[in-house]
Write a protein that binds this ligand. Sequence first.
Ligand code: PLP
Length: 452
Amino acid sequence: LSAIEEVEPRIAAATRQELTDQRASLKLIASENYASLPVLATMGTWLSDKYAEGTVGHRFYAGCQNVDTVEAVAAEHARELFGAEYAYVQPHSGIDANLTAYWAILAHKVESPALAEFGAKGVADLTEADWETLRRRFGEQRLLGMSLDAGGHLTHGFRPNVSGKMFHQRSYGTDPETQLLDYDVIRAQAREFRPLILVAGYSAYPRRVNFAKMRDIADEVGAVLMVDMAHFAGLVAGKVFTGEEDPVPYADVVTTTTHKSLRGPRGGMVLATGEYAPSVDRGCPLVLGGPLSNVMAAKAVALAEARTAEFQTYAQAVADNAQALAEGLLRRGVDLVTGGTDNHLVLMDVRSFGLTGRQAESALLESGIVTNRNAVPNDPNGAWYTTGVRLGTPALTSRGFTASDMDAVADMIAGVLGSTTPTTTSKGEPSKAKYDLTDDARDGSLAEAQRL
Ligand code: PLP
């Protein structure tokens, strides 16, 4: 930090403060973690300075021999860890991984057949009229993914996102009674809509998914099954999700981030069957430019860590801690979407406290508990104020928290929410943003967060 200090002291100060904040508060954001020192150190090297567009052994720049090693090692670890036929480690983020996957699927399923039909050897042979036809065909394709308010991600066809604009999209939700996925309903929707791509995976669904059932639905309607395991990749890597809960044997294409439960650097990855490998390998030029060589190196280090027995113990503890947190909250009368969890996250419904998700998130933050507000299915408060707060255990588990610690955390959360009341607006209506939190509850929680 002293080297940074000399150039831009404000950045050194913010970096130092972030360390203090992350240590002094309880990080319950389900998509965050603490990467190891080897992972962090690998990101901060001169590998960052190297351009390496292309793929291993096939680059558009000279001097890529070391980046070739880095990328090959990272891909090898990814293939072996997840039992995948092919791994692509270049995407800079989860969104990049999903875009790469979508365009690779379009290249394989739409562009390649069109090239054969047009009698072209490659895209360079296409006439303007061929391009027009091809563009129209890309725009005709359909995507079926999980809706945002049921726990899906923006990139699964949410209209304001590019995925909702490049595809005709529809979404599946969860059962209004149980709040669980209903595979019969998804099957009926798929039969009617006949998507090119069926997307499974979530950001805020507190349950496991049966990927054998999703595969069966995809097969019935001739769809490509794509699974976005960004949130639960660590539970797959750590062998907590096995059999029908492991997406890799069932999906054509699997995407992930590397920084959530997988505990690596910020980044993305695409795994695929051999059939899709040549198309995914074209991530650059499809949607990517030069890969972040330093981050690919850090992915290799994190994947090597994830192949250890210690990581399996960690992943099991993430799930056990989520269970303990959910049980602790339920015992204290907090409502949970689906009534509990069997993965790494818990989604609280805070309406019984008379609060919006935003008020609950802010009151918890003031009390040393960092969370994020989140929509619940059919959320009456919409995506900004929300009715839910999402909690996740990957980060605290990295700090060594146990089930009894999670019970203490549940006690703090219930105590803070029970001591928070919405303030009223000048018209006498309850505000969706402002709230009162008792000093005792806040101070008690802050002290407990420091202790833990
Ligand atoms: N996919 C899922 C399921 C996610 O939850 C997220 C992140 O929240 C992403 C993709 C996007 O990841 P990133 O923020 O790295 O682009």
